[in-house]
Every structure is written in C-alpha cells, then in structure tokens.
Design a protein around this ligand. Structure first.
Ligand code: AMP
Ligand code: MG
Length: 398
C-alpha cells in the first residue's frame, strides 16, 4: 500500500493546471493570478505629506526653534504648489502634494502657530522627513503581484491602486460530485428502515466551494454499476469528479470497476492512512477522479489531505503541496500500532501561553459531530506508535 506522501506526489504529478480567463478585478477574489500584474504608474503618484504639518526646506529648521513665514496651504486633492521660497513654510495636509522644492514636512505637533502668518518650528527636521515619495509603494513598471498569487481583498486593493480593471486568473475548477450508497436519503424527511441521511453531500460540496470550485451535485446514486455508470457519464465536461462511498472491499462496492469501465486509469487504490484507507485516485485524459470512502470523517479527511492539494494545483497555486502545520503539545498520550499515518481530530487550547491539542473523545470515522467539534487534525506519522503527553505534534487547522 502506498504512503500518504506517495499518494500526494502521484496526485500532484497527474492533475493539470487549468487555463486562464480574464475577469474584472472585483470578480478575481479567491482566484490565482495567471500572469504578473505590472503597474503602469507610480503609487503613490506624487510626493506627498505623510503627516499634517508644514512643508519646509529642512535647512531652514537646522537651528530650530525658528520662526518661518507661512506661505499658503495645500489640502489633499489640491494640485502641488510650484515653489516654496526660502524661509517660508507651507501648511500641508496628509496626502497633499509636497511643493516641488520642499524637502521635508514638519509635523503639526512640532510647531506652534503664531497669530498672523508665522509658524514656530520647535525642532529641526532632516531631509525627506514625513514625505512619501512617488512610487515608494509601487514603482511604475514593477510587478507588485506575481503570477500564482491568490487574490484576496488586499490584492484587490493593489489592483485598484494600479488601475487594473481586469486581470488574467486561472479558471475555477468545475467539480461534479456523486454521493453513492443504497442506504442514503435526502436530509429532508425521515429515513425509512435501514436508510440514513446523506451528510457527505453537504460536507463535500461545502469543501469544494471553499476551494473555489463551481460545484454540481448528482442525485444520490445507488450501489448499482448501471446507475453509477450513468452518473459518471454525467461528469463529462467537468474538470474533476469526486464520489463518496462504494470504494471499499465490500460486495457492493462498485465504484472502482465502474470508473475503470468508463475509461479512467486507476492511479492508486488504498493509502496507508487512518481514516480514509480505501481512497482511490484515477484519471481520464486531463480529468482526475477522487473516490472517497463513505464514512463522513474519512470523506472529509481524504478531501482535505488529497483532493484539496489537487484543486490548488488546478487553480494555479504555485505550491499546492504545502502543509500549513501548527505545532502543539499533546494534552494526553496517544497510542497506535497499525503503522498508518493517523489524522486525529483535536482541539487546540491555550495553556499558559502554549498551544496544547486535545484529541477528541471519539475518533470513529462515522462521528461527524466530533469532526465538527474539532478545530484541527493531529498528524501522527507512520513510523511511530507511542506519543507522550506534552510532546510536540504537527496539527493542521480545519
Ligand atoms: P462505504 O464507503 O460505502 O462502505 O460506506 C461507509 C459508511 O459510510 C457506511 O456506514 C455508510 O452508510 C456511510 N456513508 C456512505 N455515504 C454516506 C453519506 N453520503 N452520508 C452519510 N454517511 C454515508
Ligand atoms: Mg456503501
């Protein structure tokens, strides 16, 4: 059986990076840039005051306290004053353009306004003080955002600053999800004898959407090769197929056979992990398929550990395999003897300023409520069995 690392490597090797589309900066949120954004202008566009105060020649303040004559005022939004005669100061507001030959701004707090047109500067200022230079945030011709960058609100601010109304981003993956299992019913209503409500659809579609996918969900599909084949047929044209259930070793676990019959190459089936061991990964052309085990916790964990990196690569993430690990001390000892990598549901608390993680009471793979109550997965490596209380372990935040 392959390891979690081997499985991730195979997935990242086989899934494609999706092509690009041009969208408005507003609609780029949550997507990855497909090209560098180069600024056509300086930001800020002109030298301006970083403080309310007085624009001066710094040399005039060398022997401060000194009295200077006030020569007008520049507010934010005004055009720059052409010139500042020697021995004068110009009242200036934050963000207002600095007169062309002034070389410093004295902050208001260092001045005393005398009656009439005089101001007393109490302290000397050095050249350049309190002036934000044109291009000091983003220089014209430079690239403040590189290809692969996730567009968040902050990046949208940069796009606005450089006047980029449209940007090239990677396509959002179009995902098709098939919940499988004879026992499943829609959540509304009361399940009949032997039936249970389908909770995976809620979890998997929610996680797909969180990763930026456009999601279509198939109707609940029975453990029947014909029905499954029909559902898999409906996935044509989508960028990624995800299924849950029917991928273990039971008599009615029809998913692997149906995927193979539909022309998918099974890249791997089963990974040395707990929960989620039956995970299957297949590809047909450029389309990956992930068959997740049906148990709700197994489905969620395998999604996060294996489907998520694939979606990140497809969406243009330059480092899709990265793990965002938070170290925490184990609140209670943990023992495992199966040589698998475990993903243990836990909660992180702050104990005397240190992050301490407590494994959830129920580690059963059907216990969706224990997963919902957790805030992290504790990653326990394959090659160890005893984990001591207060030992540092890796966690991944949910
Ligand atoms: P399977 O992977 O088909 O062997 O299913 C394993 C367990 O997960 C069984 O107890 C199923 O009833 C349960 N299960 C499968 N699919 C779902 C689902 N969509 N929602 C809730 N439980 C499910
Ligand atoms: Mg089943």
């Amino acid at each position: 059986m392959i390891s979690a690392e081997q499985a991730r490597a195979l997935i990242l090797e086989r899934v494609p990076v999706l092509g690009q589309v041009t969208v408005s900066a507003r609609r780029a949120a949550g997507r990855r840039l497909a090209a560098d954004v180069v600024s056509g202008s300086d930001v800020p566009p002109f030298d301006n005051a970083a403080m309310d105060g007085y624009a001066v020649h710094s040399s005039d303040t060398a022997s401060a306290p000194v009295t200077l004559t006030v020569a007008g005022v520049t507010a934010a939004g005004d055009p720059p004053a052409a010139q500042l005669p020697g021995g004068t100061a110009r009242e200036i507001m934050t963000g207002a353009p600095v007169p062309f030959d002034a070389d410093a701004v004295v902050q208001l707090e260092w001045t005393e306004r005398a009656p009439g047109t005089e101001v007393r500067v109490m302290r000397p200022v050095s050249p350049g003080a309190n002036i934000r230079r044109a291009g000091s945030d983003i220089a014209k011709g430079s690239a403040p955002l590189l290809k692969g960058r996730l567009v968040r609100a902050f990046e949208q601010g940069v796009l606005a600053s450089v006047g980029a109304g449209f940007v090239a981003v990677h396509r959002r993956p179009a995902a098709y999800f098939i919940p499988t299992g004879n026992e499943l019913t829609e959540p509304a209503g009361t399940p009949g004898p032997g039936k249970i409500r389908d909770s995976n659809s809620a979890v998997v579609t929610g996680l797909l959407e969180r990763e930026g996918c456009d999601v279509r969900r198939a109707p609940i599909t029975a453990d029947d090769p014909g029905r499954l084949m029909e559902a898999v047929g409906s996935a044509r044209g989508f960028d990624v197929l995800v299924t849950t259930g029917g991928v273990s070793a039971g008599r009615y676990d029809a998913v692997p056979g149906v995927l193979a019959a539909a022309g998918f190459e099974i890249v791997f089936h089963r990974v040395n992990i707990k929960p989620g061991m039956p995970l299957l990964f297949a590809v047909r052309g450029a389309t990956p398929a992930f068959s997740l085990p049906g148990n709700p916790v197994s489905a969620a964990v395998t999604f996060l550990e294996f489907v998520r990196p694939a979606l990140r690569k497809m969406s243009g993430d330059p480092d899709p395999g990265r793990r965002e690990v938070v170290k925490a001390r184990l609140a209670a000892p943990f023992r495992k003897t199966d040589g698998k990598r475990h993903f243990v549901r836990g909660r992180i608390e702050n104990v005397d300023g240190e992050p301490v993680v407590r494994p959830a009471r129920s580690q059963d793979s059907h216990a969706g409520s224990a997963l919902a109550a957790a805030d992290c997965l504790i990653i326990l490596p394959e090659d160890r069995s005893e984990f001591g209380e207060w030992e540092f372990v890796d966690t991944e935040l949910l």
